[in-house]
Structures are given as C-alpha cells and as structure tokens.
Ligand binder design. Sequence first.
Ligand code: FAD
Length: 261
Amino acid sequence: MKIIVCIKQVPEGVDVKVDPITKRIIREGVKSIINPYDLYAIEEGIRLKERFGGQTWVISMGPLQAESAIREAIGMGIDNGILLSDKKFAGSDTLATSYTLSLGIKKIGDFDIIICGRETLDGSTGQVGPGIAEHLGVPYITYVSKIVDIRENEIECIRLMEDHYEIIKTKLPVLMTVIKEINEPRIPSLKNMLRAKKIEIPIWNAEQLEGNDQFFGQDGSPTKVIDVWTQTIKKDGRKIEGDPEVLAEEILKELKKLGVL
Ligand SMILES: Cc1cc2nc3c(=O)[nH]c(=O)nc-3n(C[C@H](O)[C@H](O)[C@H](O)COP(=O)(O)OP(=O)(O)OC[C@H]3O[C@@H](n4cnc5c(N)ncnc54)[C@H](O)[C@@H]3O)c2cc1C
C-alpha cells in the first residue's frame, strides 16, 4: 500500500502577524511547526503501513524552511519526503495550493491513500484536501475519526458529522482528512531521527511538476484578500494583593461593582 501524507508548516502560536500591504501572513523570522492536525495524519499513515505494509511519503508545498517539517515527519517514522518549492508558488490560495500538491502527488506515482489534516492553524479553510482529490479525480472522505478496515481494495471509515457519526465505504484510491480523535501521534524515535537527519529530501520546482504556469501561485489564485486585521484582546484584570481577609473583602467589593453579586 502506498500512503501519501500532506503536511504544512505553520507559524507557531496564535500571535500571527500580517503584512499590511500584501495582506499575507509574515512567515520570515517566525518559529514554525508542523500544522498540529497534520501530526494525526502522519501518525495514521505510519499505523496503516504497520497494519497493511507498504510505503509512506510526506509532501509539503512551502518555502525551503519547510524541509525541517518533512524531516520531523520522517523522524516519526515516515519513509520518504518531497518538498515542492518555487517562487512561482508564492501567493497560492487553496485552489493553487491543491493544484500544485496534486501535481507533486502525480509525480510520486500511483498511490492508495492520501491523508491530510482536517485544517490548518493559520488558513483553517479545510479546502486543500478536497481540492487535491478533485484535481486527481479520486473520492474523498473528510473528518475521519477511525479507519475500520481495508479489504479487497475497499476502505471502511467512520467520519464525524455535527451531531453523529457516519460509516463510509469506498474504493481505493481515496483521499481523507483526519480529526484528532483518530489517534495519538507518537514521539519521534532516536533511530528515525538519525535517519531523518541524513536522508535526502528532493525539492521539486514548477518546471519539474510540468504544470501550467497560469495555475500556480498568485496567477492561479482567484481568491482576493480585501482586508486583514488582528483582533485586540482586552485584558481588564486587576491584581489584588494582601492578607486573605483583606483580599476576600476586596474581591467582594469588585464583584459587587461588576454587578455579579
Ligand atoms: C491570495 C492569497 C495568497 C496567499 N499566499 C500565500 C503564500 O504566499 N504562502 C503561503 O504559505 N500561504 C499563502 N496563502 C495561504 C494559502 O492559501 C493557504 O495557507 C493554503 O492554501 C492552505 O490553505 P489552508 O491553510 O486553509 O489549509 P487547509 O485546507 O485548512 O488544510 C487542510 C490540510 O491540507 C494539507 N495542506 C494544506 N496546505 C498544505 C501545503 N502547503 N502543503 C502540504 N499540505 C497542505 C494539510 O494536510 C492540511 O492539514 C495565501 C492565501 C491567499 C488567499
């Protein structure tokens, strides 16, 4: 079985800064991590290989620094990694991102299962997984909470809906997006980390993907960001210090002032 996991490197934390002119997230100089949901996708890929045999790949589209995310996934136990990186990919919206990733996946070759996270920490659209499936012409199952079985080229999954679960069966190849409930991501092992340090990560550019330039990056992105702003979080807290008795009185006074009591 050939399993391909899509991972994205995202800025760590919620303190995301946006360039006021380009309206794009400032990624330079910001500590980056693997999108947390993608850790579940990586783990599920490794577990599928452990259950059914085969080989696992991770693929990421992003700047050269995204190579570290690929090495981290290999440290967890993924076999191979590919980075798609080219200036032409800059400014990609979800349509251009899923187009570029679908070309990378085609170049890796025949596959049985593609696994994505349910969404990212920064963009959070949840559109890229289904977008890749559409570009590749394969079925997709979103919000998968459990892979029940894979038998005779057919997969059975449980997916989460708003207030219930669904059991879905479909033929392979398939793309799925997974939710946190599906597993507990493992910690990288020393053996795999040593392997990850040494392994060569091929970097494929736009020319190697043999796509149509008009569908890459900004040119291939119909989404226009009109405005972006950050939310200011008001902190109205007041620190009260002193003896417990005085403190209790002060707290009571404050609560009365607020109309809570
Ligand atoms: C006009 C415009 C310009 C933009 N320019 C840039 C830019 O220059 N650089 C930039 O990084 N972003 C840019 N973005 C943001 C970019 O479109 C999204 O971050 C990207 O398309 C992924 O969408 P998402 O974060 O909502 O992913 P989701 O759809 O929420 O992600 C779901 C899953 O898809 C997979 N996935 C998503 N993105 C990737 C990826 N890149 N590689 C591998 N797997 C992935 C992961 O498994 C992830 O868990 C731009 C957006 C707009 C609208």
